[in-house]
Design a protein. Structure first.
Length: 161
């Protein structure tokens, strides 16, 4: 279950890498506008998808440049470097095991963690994922899990496999 003393944890579900970037950009743009710092810990490179989308999206050039400055390349940091990240929003993408491991090392040092799961990974681990996150981030923005799913997780058909 989610620990109320832990940083806010959001999960995001995506079909493919381009879908993930399309879904994240409005949220990231808003957070950068607020002056928040975003760090990525990625098991897979997403740089090409970000560059492609930045060519097509209708945003001012300055905002596009800020988004492109985020490290979208595969960047598995050494565990001691992960534990040094403080007071930032951390976006984590990779396998289920990778995301769980990174979250353990981040602990309570960051403001917010956004864990991005491929749809297949979510389907295999839906109960654990939902129980360990406060919100879901999707194209509609941030939504509390309790708003999207029945509060009694045992009664959700998606969670009873």
């Amino acid at each position: 279950m989610v620990d109320n003393n832990s940083p806010e944890k959001m999960c995001s579900l995506y079909v493919n890498d381009m879908h993930l970037i399309v879904m994240l950009i409005p949220y990231i743009e808003k957070e950068l506008e607020k002056g928040n710092k975003i760090v990525t810990i990625l098991e897979k490179d997403l740089d090409a998808e970000v560059k492609t989308l930045m060519e097509k999206v209708n945003l001012p050039k300055k905002k596009k440049e800020k988004i492109k400055k985020i490290n979208w390349k595969k960047n598995i940091l050494p565990l001691n470097k992960i534990s040094e990240i403080k007071n930032k929003i951390v976006l984590v993408n990779g396998s289920y095991e990778f995301i769980v491991k990174i979250n353990e090392y981040l602990g309570n040092r960051v403001n917010k963690i956004i864990n991005c799961f491929q749809l297949e990974v979510f389907e295999e681990n839906s109960r654990e994922i939902l129980e360990n996150h406060h919100k879901i981030l999707n194209t509609l923005g941030e939504k509390k899990i309790s708003e999207m799913f029945h509060t009694d997780l045992r009664k959700n058909s998606i969670l009873t496999k």
